[in-house]
Design a binder for this molecule. Structure first.
Ligand code: BG6
Length: 488
């Protein structure tokens, strides 16, 4: 709810990529849609020496390159007059005092504040400490919220100590840990598909579903992020957050309401029902691999064993999902950019059509997260003018056809707006982050231990990943489905 007070949005790391590519274009589009508070100001804070005008010019450049919407130059002009910049260090008390004064002078007596950590993860605990020391986080008159970008820790222990540290200065309700996947319309639509329809939920369980597959494939390699990525790898970069979030949304029980506490309680229950793997299980049910040529990327150790691809079979130990494998895979330098969730149903128990030779295709519900966002429902139909020949056909919904080509906003728009309105549903809670790390840690540890006697698997850039990942499913008589919504 807008309390009518002036609202400051402070971005730490304001001279960086994220601010130029995502944050400011998203804030600008919210402004164009009339969704920002009446009085708002965006304060960029960073190491780079920018004047206000240079900062605005830098952001305008970014807009030309990255904004997916058209705008009028006078719209930018009025928006940009609300943008200011303060050069400062992340370790200097005096710089933080200066920031506090800048905000106070603009607010006069009272105001709301968002502090957005778009910095490398190493510095944000320090920023939060300095904000605390300069009394910028107490909610005297107006709320204070802190947005934290991923990665949140590098394992369970570091995430726990980070949570402990920031809880000294902030209440959990003031903390917004971002996972940009939750801002994607198609990801939110998982909940709508499941809980705003009656036709799916009765089937959404072990009685009817054979397995679930979640693929998040990227065509790009590590690009200019080699140094960062080499210390992180695919499990920390994609699985601990995005893929486990997708898993929770697919697997969770219906929450009692669409509010942050109810929703996040159900997600945490799923994460804590996923069976944690022992070392021998990790070696059996997971595959890690690296794309050929990764070691030659800029910033990457020439002997690196960092995985850029992973495939994992998860088992959820609860009444709904017992015995239904969840296969997750993600990697860089793959054949194409494609994120999809496939729910594969069980085959009919008895085949009465002779022409199928026992090879009836199972029904599938495919949620295309990106690109070609939409939903396909695949079922069997009779081929006309045959006795009983069957073929798989699709019922399709695509966002661009139904809602228009520009209907899907940038994920950050929704998340920034939710931060302003105080809705934390699409942000990860402390216990959620920790539960996710508790699942990832045994895998990273087993992989690291196995490197001593087991060589790393490699895959060709432009392929669908290593053959070991196909074997993971072949083992159980299954294959990965990689439909392309354009062709099917
Ligand atoms: C980020 C990862 O969280 O997600 C990147 O750090 C990855 O490595 C990106 O490329 C993928 O996001 P999207 O929205 O392009 O699927």
């Amino acid at each position: 709810m807008d309390n009518g007070l002036p609202t400051s949005i402070v971005i730490f790391g304001a001279s960086g990529d994220l601010t130029q590519r995502k944050l400011v274009p998203s804030l600008f589009n919210l402004y164009r849609k009339g969704r920002l508070p009446k009085q708002f100001r965006i304060v960029g804070y960073g190491n780079t020496a920018f004047s206000d005008d240079q900062f605005r010019a830098h952001l305008k450049e970014g807009l030309k390159e990255f904004a997916s919407f058209k705008y009028k130059s006078d719209e930018w002009g009025t928006f940009a007059s609300n943008l200011v910049y303060q050069q400062g260090r992340y370790t200097d008390l005096a710089d933080f005092k200066k920031l506090g004064n800048l905000l106070k002078n603009w607010e006069i007596n009272s105001g709301n504040r968002i502090y957005y950590m778009a910095t490398p993860p190493g510095v944000f605990p320090n920023i939060i400490d300095l904000l605390g020391l300069t009394d910028q986080l107490t909610e005297y008159n107006g709320w204070r919220r802190v947005v934290i970008e991923k990665p949140f820790g590098t394992d369970l222990e570091s995430a726990r100590s980070l949570n402990e540290q920031i809880h000294k200065t902030l209440n959990e309700r003031q903390i917004y840990r971002i996972d940009h996947y939750l801002g994607k319309e198609t990801v939110q639509n998982i909940l709508m598909t499941r809980f705003a329809n009656t036709i799916f939920e009765p089937l959404w369980n072990r009685n009817y579903i054979d397995h679930v597959e979640i693929t998040v494939a990227e065509q790009v390699g590590v690009e200019h992020r080699g140094r960062f990525y080499d210390n992180v790898g695919v499990l920390r970069d994609m699985f601990q957050n995005h893929l486990l979030q997708l898993t929770s949304l697919v697997a969770m029980e219906p929450p009692a309401s669409f509010d942050a506490t109810a929703l996040r309680n159900e997600k945490v229950k799923v994460l804590s029902s996923i069976r944690s793997m022992k070392e021998e299980e990790v070696l059996k049910w997971t595959v890690g691999a690296q794309y050929k040529g990764y070691r030659e990327e800029e910033g990457v150790d020439p002997k690196s064993t960092t995985p850029t691809y992973a495939a994992i079979r998860l088992q959820i130990d609860n009444w709904r999902w017992q015995g239904v494998p969840f296969y997750l895979r993600s990697g860089k330098s793959l054949k194409e950019k494609l994120s999809q969730i496939t729910i594969e149903f069980k085959k009919p128990p008895h085949l009465l059509f002779p022409s199928t030779d026992g090879a009836l295709t199972a029904n599938m519900l495919v949620l295309y997260l990106q690109p070609h966002e939409g939903v396909h429902w695949r079922f069997e139909a009779k081929v006309p003018d045959t006795v009983a020949k069957l073929r798989s056909v699709d019922m399709e919904f695509h966002y661009d056809e139904t809602f228009g080509k520009t209907a899907l906003p940038e994920a950050y728009e929704r998340l920034l707006l939710d931060t302003i309105t105080g809705d934390a549903s699409l942000f990860t809670r402390a216990d959620e982050v920790e539960s996710a790390w508790a699942l990832i840690d045994p895998i990273t540890e087993a992989w690291e231990a196995s490197r001593k006697n087991q060589p790393l698997a490699f895959y060709e850039p432009g392929s669908w990943g290593p053959s070991e990942a196909d074997e993971l499913l072949a083992h159980e008589g299954r294959t990965w489905s990689t439909w392309d919504a354009r062709k099917d």
